[in-house]
Design a protein around this ligand. Structure first.
Ligand SMILES: Cc1cc2nc3c(=O)[nH]c(=O)nc-3n(C[C@H](O)[C@H](O)[C@H](O)COP(=O)(O)OP(=O)(O)OC[C@H]3O[C@@H](n4cnc5c(N)ncnc54)[C@H](O)[C@@H]3O)c2cc1C
Length: 411
């Protein structure tokens, strides 16, 4: 039985089955073998909140095993050594990861390259001089990157960034600060956005450029890891650049046109978040369905109470809609459409629906829903954060409004 009429192409079906088999063979055994290390946050992270070296090694192993199996760089362009499989395959693969693993087998989150952490269309724009030294280890999963755009004074309004790239001979000196940068404490390279033409930047006519910067560069510093939502560990950090020298070949894309580079990964990022929300929502709903069929109160299984089941039924309705939206928008993107309105609607809707589904599943579990062993709280935090990351819910509504007003009213 299937709830979705769309005929999944055979090659995508093979990918989804392959991802599921990879999780069984490479992810779950690693979790079982390293149960204490991976489930006790006091062991997973250092006092400052960084992954301990053994965990970083497991993450690297997962990336590299998945790259060998063909999943890690599956949707990165073929021109940089990726699989070029596009959006629909990416959606199905990520949905499988989160639906199968929930927040429990979290190493699976490293088996496919997230556009801001590894191979993605952004890397198509690096200079020919850097391709041979940089790309192979990124494609193989040995190395990773981070995407350094946001600053303390510039979030949704990224044009407000203040990090400067001042001309220094034939290159530049980078100075400034970045915040919320995912994977930055662990990455070998940072994709950094900086003002190269203050006059153009002040008029919002460009003037911002993108650079590929080794995180080992002199003057590059991870100033502080940012713990969020009660966690003792983190992926996000504050970065400082103190006159970091960058050479001409480190420019990514065209001078003063950095946002064009930034936009190259946004589509995959929003598809990823849609798949994450749908997958986690379905996983949480299934946990709840198992629970309500056995838990009893007042002489009945709690599944017999509408008060328990209706929120789960509503979660199912909305997840189904979000799932269909995800499949639809990926087909538009794979046809070469920008699908600005549809992608914004899909990501904004899916993350809200995913969050509400996990919340409903937690409620159905009573106190059990808040325990670490259920992993529902991690799932909730994961989708809740996606309401802000990769375009906030409000900014996405702003984009939808602009498209509607411009006459894009096909629904
Ligand atoms: C988990 C996580 C990971 C992240 N990883 C990265 C990363 O790797 N690299 C990176 O560069 N950044 C990263 N970010 C930062 C993210 O891009 C920003 O948080 C996001 O752009 C919002 O910016 P802000 O937090 O400064 O909020 P603000 O822009 O200050 O917004 C505050 C509130 O005002 C609302 N708002 C702002 N403008 C408008 C408007 N015009 N209309 C309506 N409402 C508006 C926002 O929606 C929000 O609710 C990450 C964020 C999170 C949560």
């Amino acid at each position: 039985m299937t709830a979705i009429a769309f005929d999944v192409p055979d090659e995508i079906k093979a990918i989804t089955d392959g991802v599921a088999a990879f999780i069984r063979a490479e992810i779950i055994p690693r979790h079982e073998k390293n149960a204490e290390l991976l489930s006790n946050a006091r062991r997973t992270f250092t006092d400052k909140g960084a992954y301990v070296p053994e965990v970083l090694e497991l993450i690297r192993e997962v990336r590299m095993a998945s790259a060998r199996a063909g999943y890690y760089a599956m949707s990165a362009p073929e021109s940089i050594g990726g699989g070029g499989l596009g959006y629909l395959a990416y959606f199905y693969a990520w949905e499988q990861v989160y639906h199968q693993c929930g927040s429990h087998y979290w190493l699976a989150q490293f088996m496919i390259s997230h556009w801001a952490k590894g191979p993605s269309p952004v890397l198509e724009k690096i200079s020919p001089q850097l391709r041979d030294s940089v790309l192979p280890k990124l494609i193989s999963g040995e190395h990773s990157i981070c995407f350094a755009l946001s600053e303390p004074g510039a979030g949704s309004d990224a044009a407000m960034i203040k990090t400067r790239a001042d001309k220094d001979g034939d290159g530049w000196l980078l100075s400034g600060s970045k915040i919320w940068i995912t994977n930055s404490p662990y990455a070998e390279y940072a994709v950094v956005f900086a003002v190269t033409n203050p006059e153009l930047a002040a008029r919002r006519k460009g003037g911002i450029s993108t650079f590929l910067v080794p995180t080992s560069s002199k003057g590059f510093q991870v100033e502080r890891l940012i713990n969020m939502w009660g966690h003792v560990g983190t992926d996000e950090a504050i970065l400082q650049f103190d006159k970091v020298r960058v050479e001409p070949q480190q420019l990514v894309g065209e001078l003063d046109k950095g946002f064009k580079v930034g936009m190259l990964g946004v589509g995959l990022g929003r598809v990823y978040n849609t798949a994450r929300a749908v997958g986690l929502g379905r996983w949480a709903l299934e946990q709840a369905l198992e629970f309500v069929k056995v838990r009893e109160s007042f002489g009945k299984k709690i599944s017999e109470y509408q008060g328990v089941m209706f929120p789960l039924a509503e979660a199912a309705m909305r997840l189904h809609a979000a799932h269909l939206m995800g499949i639809n928008v990926c087909q538009l993107l794979d046809k070469g459409q920008t699908a600005t309105k549809e992608l914004s609607m899909t990501k904004a809707y899916a993350v809200e629906v995913g969050k509400n589904a996990v919340d409903a599943a937690m409620q159905a579990h009573g106190a059990m829903g808040f325990t670490n062993e259920m992993h529902l709280t991690e799932a909730f935090i994961s989708v809740r954060k996606a309401n802000v990351a990769d375009g906030t819910n409000e900014i996405l509504r702003h984009v939808i409004s602009k498209q509607l007003l411009a006459g894009d009213i096909d629904l």
